[in-house]
Design a protein around this ligand. Structure first.
Ligand code: N01
Length: 530
C-alpha cells in the first residue's frame, strides 16, 4: 500500500498549528499536524511553572477568527493563568474537531525536499516519516529551551527544573532550599510562588530587570460585556498600534514635558499596569536621555517596594528600559522583603560551578536541595535550526543561518520551496500580541496555499532579491533607536556562539501587515510559483 502524501504537514499544535489546520481544511486540502507534546497548546503546554500566566490581557490574548468562539469563551482573570489558556487551547481543539488530524508525542528531527517530486518528507526522532507537498513550521518563537553553560550542571544531585520544560506532576518546594538561576519573565513570575513555599530561596541574578505590576484580579464582568459588545472594533484598533495591543500610544516627547507631567503620565501607566508602560511618551525608545527618565521612575518604585536598600539597589536595572523584554509582575519585588529570600548578584562574577549540593559563586557554596533554571530560549531560530531542514540542492537551513537568519517577511526562505514559517525571524512576532500576529500569518499562508491550488502550482518559493531587500530593511529598522542597544534575546545575544542579528521586525504591526497585503495585491510579489 503506498503511503499517503498530504497536501500540508504542519509541525506544532500550538495556537499557530491549530488555526492553520482549521484554515487548510476549509481549502479542501489534506493536512497532518505533528506535535512533540502529548496535547495541544504549544508554549502553554510546556511552560507550566508556578505563576506562569500571559502578560497580555485575557480579552486581547485570544483568537478572533470566529466571532462565536470569541463570544462564548469567558476568562476568569484580567491576565490568564497558564492552566486556563491551556483549557482554552483544548476547547478550540474540541470545538473544531482538530485532534483527529494531529499526531502527538512525535518530535520531527529532519525534513528533506525532493525536487523531482516537489515534496517534503519529514522524519521523526522515532524514524517515522510523513510526506506532503507543503510544509509549515508552526513551532513558536520561544520553544527551544536555552540551558546555561555552567560547569557541573549535570552533576547536581537534587531535582533540576527548567521553567520551559516543567513537569506535569505537581512540584513541591516545601521544606526545600531552592536556587533560581535567571531573572527574566519566567523567573519574575515564578519566584514569588516558590518563595512562599520553600524553606529558603536564593536567586542568582546576572542582570536586574524592569517590571511593572500586573494589578491582576478577577476579570470585571462589566468590562467583559463591554468588550464583547464591541469586540471587532477593539481588535481593529489594536491592529493600528505598533505592538498590536489596544493601548493608546502617546506621541508626546518626555523631554518636552515638565517633571509633573512626566510623573503623572508614568504614574498613570504604572497604576494601569502591564506591558503598556512605555506608551506614556513617544520618544522613550529613541533617545537615551528620554529613556533614562522612564528608567529612573521605575527604579524609584523598586526602591520604595524593597525594604533593604542594598537589595533594592541590586534589583534596580541600570540598562536601557524596554530594550530587553519588559516584565509584568505580581509581587516580585516585595518577595525580597521575605526573610527566606536571598539575592546573589552574579554579574561580572559568573556562577563558577554547580556541585552535587550547591551553587558556587566566588568561592562560596550556596547549599541547595532543588535547582530551577530560568534561562529562557534559543529564541526565534532555535526551533527551526534544531531540525535538520534541507531544501533545494541539499541546502541546510542551520548552515545557511550560521551567521544569522534571513527570511522574506518571516514567512519563507529562498532555496526552501513550499516551506513556510509562522512568525519567523523578520516578522513582528514577539514585538506584538502573539495571537493576532499568528492569525495574520496563518491567514496569509492559507491564502497563498489557496492561490497555488486555484492555479495548479506545485511550488512556491521566496525570490532571493525580495528576501534580501526585506532583510536589509528589517535590519535597518532594527538598528533605529535603542532597541538594539542591549544584549537581549531579540538579537540572539543570550545564546553562546549565536550570531548577533536583529530577529523580530521592529517596524510595527501596521507597516508589516500593509506590506503583506501589498505583496498579495501585486500578485505575490517576491514569490516564484512553479
Ligand atoms: O528568559 P529570559 P525567560 N547565569 O531570556 C539569565 C517570554 N515569556 O524564560 O539577562 C546567570 O528573558 C539571564 O541573564 P541576562 C517573554 O517574551 C512570556 O524568563 O542574560 N544567569 C536572564 O535573567 C520573555 O522575554 C511570558 O544577563 C543567566 C534569564 O536567565 C521570554 O519568554 C512569560 C545565565 C533569562 O531570561 C523569555 O523569558 C514568561 C547564567 N549562565 C516568558 N544564563 C508571558 O507572559 C542566562 N541567565 C507570555
Amino acid at each position: 500500500m503506498s503511503k499517503k502524501v498530504y497536501d500540508v504537514i504542519i509541525v506544532g499544535a500550538g495556537f499557530a498549528g491549530m488555526y492553520l489546520l482549521h484554515r487548510v481544511r476549509a481549502l479542501g486540502l489534506s493536512a497532518r499536524v505533528i506535535e512533540a507534546g502529548s496535547d495541544v497548546g504549544g508554549t502553554w503546554y510546556w511552560n507550566r511553572y508556578p505563576g506562569a500566566r500571559c502578560d497580555v490581557e485575557s480579552m486581547q490574548y485570544s483568537y478572533q477568527f470566529d466571532p462565536e468562539l470569541q463570544q462564548e469563551w469567558s476568562w476568569s482573570e484580567r491576565y490568564s493563568p497558564q492552566p486556563e489558556i491551556l483549557d482554552y487551547a483544548r476547547h478550540v481543539a474540541e470545538r473544531y474537531d482538530l485532534r483527529r488530524d494531529i499526531q502527538f508525542d512525535t518530535r520531527i528531527a529532519a525534513a528533506r525536499f525532493d525536487e523531482s517530486a516537489a515534496r517534503w518528507t519529514l522524519t521523526a526522532e522515532d524514524g517515522g516519516t510523513t510526506t506532503a507537498r507543503f510544509f509549515v513550521m508552526a513551532t513558536g518563537c520561544l520553544s527551544a529551551p536555552n540551558w546555561p553553560q555552567i560547569d557541573g550542571l549535570s552533576s547536581f544531585a537534587g531535582p533540576t527544573y527548567h521553567t520551559a520544560l516543567w513537569p506535569h506532576e505537581p512540584v513541591s518546594f516545601k521544606g526545600q532550599r531552592v536556587a533560581v538561576i535567571g531573572t527574566g519573565s519566567s523567573a519574575i513570575q515564578s519566584i514569588p510562588h516558590i518563595a512562599r513555599e520553600a524553606d529558603h530561596l536564593t536567586v542568582f541574578q546576572r542582570t536586574a530587570n524592569y517590571a511593572v505590576p500586573a494589578h491582576n484580579g478577577p476579570l470585571d464582568a462589566k468590562l467583559e460585556a463591554e468588550i464583547k459588545a464591541h469586540y471587532a472594533e477593539m481588535r481593529a484598533r489594536a491592529k493600528t498600534t505598533p505592538g498590536g495591543l489596544d493601548i493608546v500610544y502617546s506621541k508626546d516627547s518626555v523631554l518636552e514635558a515638565t517633571p509633573e507631567e512626566q510623573e503623572a503620565a508614568f504614574e498613570r501607566n504604572w497604576q494601569r499596569g502591564g506591558l503598556g508602560f512605555m506608551s506614556a511618551f513617544g520618544d522613550l525608545m529613541m533617545d537615551r536621555k528620554a529613556n533614562d527618565i522612564a528608567a529612573e521612575f521605575v527604579r524609584a518604585k523598586i526602591r520604595a517596594l524593597v525594604d533593604d536598600p542594598e537589595t533594592a539597589e541590586a534589583l534596580c536595572p541600570k540598562n536601557i528600559i524596554g530594550a530587553k523584554r519588559f516584565c509584568v509582575d505580581i509581587g516580585y519585588f516585595e518577595t525580597y522583603n521575605r526573610d527566606n529570600v536571598t539575592l546573589v548578584e552574579v554579574k561580572g562574577r559568573p556562577i563558577e560551578a554547580i556541585t552535587p549540593t550547591s551553587v558556587r559563586v566566588h568561592g562560596r557554596d550556596y547549599e541547595i536541595d532543588t535547582l530551577v533554571i530560568a534561562t529562557g530560549f534559543d529564541a526565534m531560530t532555535g526551533a527551526l535550526t534544531r531540525v535538520d531542514i534541507r531544501g533545494r540542492n541539499g541546502a541546510a537551513l542551520a548552515e545557511r543561518w550560521a551567521d544569522g537568519p534571513t527570511s522574506y517577511l518571516g514567512l519563507a526562505m529562498t532555496d526552501f520551496p513550499n516551506l513556510f514559517t509562522v512568525t519567523g525571524p523578520g516578522s513582528p512576532s514577539v514585538f506584538s500580541n502573539m495571537l493576532p500576529t499568528i492569525e495574520q500569518h496563518v491567514d496569509w499562508i492559507a491564502g497563498c496555499l489557496g492561490h497555488a491550488k486555484a492555479h495548479g502550482y506545485t511550488t512556491i518559493e521566496a525570490e532571493a532579491e525580495a528576501e534580501k531587500a526585506w532583510w536589509d530593511h528589517h535590519q535597518e529598522v532594527g538598528a533605529r533607536g535603542l532597541k538594539s542597544a542591549a544584549d537581549s534575546w531579540y538579537l540572539g545575544a543570550n545564546v553562546a556562539g549565536k550570531a548577533r542579528v536583529f530577529l523580530p521586525y521592529y517596524g510595527g504591526i501596521p507597516a508589516y501587515f500593509r506590506k503583506c497585503e501589498e505583496v498579495v495585491a501585486n500578485g505575490y510579489e517576491g514569490f516564484a510559483f512553479g
